[in-house]
Design a protein around this ligand. Sequence first.
Ligand code: FAD
Length: 287
Amino acid sequence: MTTATAQAGNAISIEFFPPKTAEGADKLRGVRQALYALRPEFCSVTFGAGGSTQAGTLATVQEILNEGVDAASHFSCIGATRDSVRQQLAQFKAMGVRRLVALRGDLPSGYGAGGEFQYASDLVTFIRAETGHDFHLEVAAYPEVHPQAKSPEADLQAFATKVKAGADSAITQYFYNSDAYFRFVDDAHKLGVDVPIVPGIMPITSSSQLLRFSDACGAEIPRWIRLRLQAYGDDVASIKAFGLEVVTDLCDQLRCAGAPGLHFYSMNQSVATLAICQQLNLLPAAE
Ligand code: FAD
């Protein structure tokens, strides 16, 4: 295995979801402490559209800030009103949050759409109009095309519009085909997008979980990976060893080609992300 050149971005960010129980919150504290060994540029916390997990998001973001690490709250606008977004922005400011991942989001089934925002670009425009440059704004990108997009071209154009509305950087949906990412970045540059587009990295630790997620969010699992995972059946050790090799190679390719950083979907676990970073020589020596 090769290791990445010095020109690659070494910035790491790590994503968590808000735990649902006190026990989960306690476990996540330990996971975060382990992952802080990577000296992440920031940690982000997902946000449930429609109010499902929002208190948990804010509590987790506050804990991360209190731990001395920059924290980004994901913030989705589907179903929201201008007033509710204004109030939420004021709360973020009061908490000391300076970084947001601005999203449209998906409402859980059973919710009517409603709301005063249609797309993430509307949220970015509104946040910039209301708060100037008080927040660093990240937006989502889809190298393998958002599942509801009318066409790849329309999706790319919508991404460019969203960035031009005032995003500072983007994080991609996860993927295992680096060509999709490189092409997306090239095409976005041609449309005048010049902000960093950081690849989202999903470690592979479980076959069924990955296949379930990927169907829902439109990330493609290449046939050879899917078949290998299926062939391992319940052999978790082999799945993890294979996953480590595949995802480390992917990260190495991305870094060698100049990706500006890596954003890890930790799934509130530390072991796989740490193992990948160790293989990439991204684990700083202990002081
Ligand atoms: P948008 O950028 O608004 O795009 C949504 C769809 O609308 C796309 O198909 C796009 O092509 C289309 N579109 C956009 N603008 C236009 C336009 N002007 N005209 C026509 N079509 C348009 N979900 C959560 O609920 N909580 C989270 O915390 C969360 N975090 C995420 C983090 C990352 C890094 C990523 C990649 C995704 C995350 N998601 C999260 C999932 C995300 O909410 C869904 O993928 C959602 O369906 C789209 O959100 P968006 O912000 O990308 O939407």
